[in-house]
Design a protein around this ligand. Structure first.
Ligand SMILES: Cc1ncc(COP(=O)(O)O)c(C=O)c1O
Length: 417
């Protein structure tokens, strides 16, 4: 993919990028608070006048300093593990605005969620519902729950982030969900708080949501024939943001929510990527250049352990070389070269970008990957015993360290012999 003109660069001036790299080292995640708030505000604006709770999907980026900005906007959180629940509470999301999804919750995690009195637990199988019931009974509590429906809709996205098709491990069919609500109604340990679906990620149009929500609304009518009327309809997350750009207003999601709004339901949305991705960049430093066969490699100190999306999903994030042709398209300049940007990890799958057209790049220069604020640090690892990158936020033109760079000591700290 060629370098594209990006609307994001105005939030990341060259001077700030260079200063951050000098001060905190590379690889480095740099976030813009201004842009983060802007993305959160787009949701608030698109759903103005409705009774909607936004539960930020912690998995996109769970760093406290970033989450705290989103919590301050009045958002709740969507968590998928006990660890995320802990971090959500620590970042300032109120328990009564937290929901807990995920196909594999353990007994301890369910107990933790009940102890914290979160808004509701989202069950994803009959066996899980029974475990939730047992835990609630042992604690002498009633549990607020929802069931994740699988509406069998193709979200037209990468197979690894498509979750709402029949055959996926997520959610249950409408018929099974119906039986689960009926079971819960008979049990006496449950309060039906919501109906949930999440059809996938990086979805770029309202069409798949509309199809899913019409089916979910029919299911809600079926449930009300049993006298079960959950307060919330949760449409999940998944709204996309094209790499290199701010997110498109989620107004199409509001249109898709009409069947629920007409029925007087409270809405929940669980945006992750669309809020966090545009507001972050990954800054790496060029270590070496080399040629192999017909390919030009730029080897950087940032790699797949820092940013897995290109290797895992084939994601294409625009690359920017600070100080060179700011915001311009490099294509067409004769000195440009077709390059791969590869990291230092010992895997051929370790690349940040492939087939990118770049101006001549020198050793020691910076290479910036755009739209790296979501599923970046949260999917990062210590593979090859590489400490995780630091995270810094631009706030009113100043640099604020959110998370220091890990050390090798951090990596070995849990080894007991
Ligand atoms: C249940 C649930 N909600 C919300 C999200 C967030 O999706 P996105 O980051 O694409 O908005 C996910 C992502 O996997 C999810 O599984």
């Amino acid at each position: 993919m060629s370098y594209q003109k990006s609307s994001l660069l105005r939030f990341f001036p060259d001077g700030i990028i260079k200063q951050a790299a000098e001060r905190f080292g590379t690889p480095l995640f740099l976030y813009s608070r201004e842009l983060l708030e802007k993305q959160a505000d787009s949701y608030i604006k698109a759903f103005a006048g409705t009774d909607t709770l936004f539960c930020y999907a912690m998995k996109a980026n769970s760093t406290r300093g970033l989450c705290a900005v989103i919590a301050a906007k009045g958002f709740g959180a969507d968590v998928v593990s006990g660890g995320e629940l802990f971090r959500a509470l620590r970042a300032g999301f109120p328990a009564e605005k937290i929901i807990f999804s995920g196909v594999g919750k353990t007994e301890d995690e369910i107990r933790y969620a009940l102890r914290e009195n979160i808004l509701f637990i989202n069950a994803e199988s009959f066996e899980e519902l029974r475990l939730i019931e047992n835990v609630a009974r042992s604690m002498g509590k009633k549990v607020r729950f929802s069931i994740r429906l699988n509406p069998d809709v193709d979200p037209h996205t990468h197979a690894y982030i498509s979750t709402g098709k029949s055959g996926s491990k997520f959610g249950v069919s409408f018929d099974e969900a119906f039986e689960m609500y009926r079971y819960a109604a008979a049990s006496g340990n449950f309060v039906p708080a919501g109906v949930h679906s999440h059809i996938g990620s990086q979805i770029s149009s309202g069409g798949p949501y509309k199809t899913a929500e019409i089916r979910v609304a029919e299911f809600i009518d079926r449930l009300s024939s049993l006298g079960i009327n959950p307060e919330y309809t949760d449409m999940g997350g998944g709204w996309g943001a094209a790499e290199g750009f701010e997110m498109k207003s989620p107004s199409e999601l509001r249109e898709a929510a009409e069947p629920f709004l007409r029925r007087g339901k409270k809405l929940i949305l669980e945006p992750g990527r669309s809020i966090a991705a545009p507001c972050g960049i990954l800054i790496s430093r060029v270590l070496y250049r080399k040629r192999s066969g017909s390919r030009n490699y730029i080897i950087t100190d940032g790699g797949m352990n820092d940013f897995l999306r290109p290797s895992l999903y084939g994601a294409e994030h625009p690359v920017y070389i600070p100080g060179k042709a700011t915001g311009e398209n490099y294509v067409g300049k004769t000195e440009n070269m077709l390059c791969d940007i590869a990291g230092p990890v010992c895997e051929s799958a370790d690349f940040l970008a492939r087939n990118v057209m770049l101006p001549p790049v020198e050793q020691g220069e910076l290479a910036v990957l755009l739209s790296a604020g979501a599923y970046g640090i949260s999917m990062s690892s210590n593979y090859n015993s590489r400490p995780r990158a630091a995270e810094v936020m631009i706030e009113n033109g100043e640099l604020k360290l959110l998370r220091r760079r890990e050390t090798v000591q951090d990596i070995i700290s849990a080894e007991v012999c």
